[in-house]
Design a protein around this ligand. Structure first.
Ligand SMILES: Cc1cc2nc3c(=O)[nH]c(=O)nc-3n(C[C@H](O)[C@H](O)[C@H](O)COP(=O)(O)OP(=O)(O)OC[C@H]3O[C@@H](n4cnc5c(N)ncnc54)[C@H](O)[C@@H]3O)c2cc1C
Ligand code: FES
Length: 269
């Protein structure tokens, strides 16, 4: 984990839905897909606390420096102020934080499920899997066509049948919710494929819950990236806990430290 002073390279809106933010940082950082950064630096001190954003990409820049990229949706004051910032302005970042997706198992079939802006955690996982030629399919759900990520952001190439788009109003891809598609596909899988399946998912809690239940019913494994309000972002304040199953008991775990990615079977939904 590093506390770094960054400088905005670009901060562009796409269809007034998603913003893509690229920040120059003093040196490159390595991250696991699903890990995040705490970001602040907007004018004034309201909101006071930094906001968590999944690391979308990170890499090297000339002269030994690094870059970090994020995709965010404006939902409140912090993200609205962030969206008004310009190249050259400074941001404070703490990164990489938390525990990301476990991609360490070869020979598995991966399904990546992103709901809404949840693709910001799922796309880096897709890029990592594509990089090592691992089999995966991606399911992306949104309310309407405009809320799907721009096509050119999709990692892993355009192998036929790899990306399944779902919109609740039917304006692109499957007409319905992404949960319906995933559940339908799960129901049709052979026992052998279920035993190879690992679902990686990020999105609204209700979506995660529904898929977690369907996966558990078929005995498939799933990792869920959870969200919660955060204050420190690195495990000190215990402001971000969620309830997890610990044998017969319930234990509270920090989304910023033990998560944000958890084994979906352990989450008390
Ligand atoms: C680990 C992690 C990674 C995230 N990655 C991304 C990302 O890549 N892109 C992105 O757009 N968003 C991401 N988020 C969500 C993002 O942090 C919030 O949207 C942001 O903090 C909202 O700040 P705000 O000041 O604009 O809104 P606020 O005024 O703070 O809140 C606006 C509304 O959103 C709700 N809300 C705010 N934060 C959260 C939260 N963390 N969980 C649930 N509800 C919340 C509030 O209850 C309120 O209703 C992530 C959250 C976490 C915990
Ligand atoms: S936000 Fe402080 S412990 Fe998680």
């Amino acid at each position: 984990m590093q506390f770094v002073a960054g400088k905005i390279v670009r901060n562009e809106g796409h269809g007034e839905i998603f913003y893509r933010l690229e920040v120059a940082i003093p040196e490159p950082v390595e991250f696991t897909p699903g890990q995040f950064a705490m970001v602040s630096g907007w004018p004034g001190n309201d909101p006071l606390l930094p906001r968590p954003l999944a690391i979308f990409r990170a890499g090297a820049a000339p002269k030994g420096k690094g870059t970090a990229e994020f995709v965010y949706k404006v939902v409140g004051r912090g993200t609205a102020l962030l969206s008004g910032m310009h190249p050259g302005e400074r941001l404070s970042l703490t990164l990489p934080l938390g525990r990301g997706f476990d991609l360490g198992r070869d020979g598995r079939l991966y399904w990546l499920v992103g709901g809404g802006v949840g693709f910001s955690s799922v796309f880096p996982a897709a890029a990592a899997l594509a990089g090592r030629r691992t089999e995966f399919e991606m399911f992306l759900g949104s309310r309407t066509r405009e809320h799907l990520p721009p096509k050119e952001w999709t990692p892993g190439g355009s192998a036929p049948g790899r990306v399944h788009l779902c919109t609740e109003d039917g304006t692109a891809g499957y007409f319905g919710r992404v949960t319906e598609v995933v559940k339908e596909r799960l129901a049709g899988l052979s026992a052998a494929d279920v035993s190879r399946l690992m679902i990686l998912s990020c999105g609204p809690r209700e979506m995660l819950k529904e898929i977690a239940f369907a996966a558990a019913e078929r005995g498939a494994e799933m990792q869920a990236a959870l969200e919660n309000h955060m204050a420190c972002g690195f495990g000190v304040c215990w402001g971000c806990v969620v309830a997890l199953r610990d044998g017969e008991k319930v234990a509270y775990r920090r989304v910023c430290k033990e998560g944000p990615v958890f084994d979906a079977r352990e989450v008390v939904w």
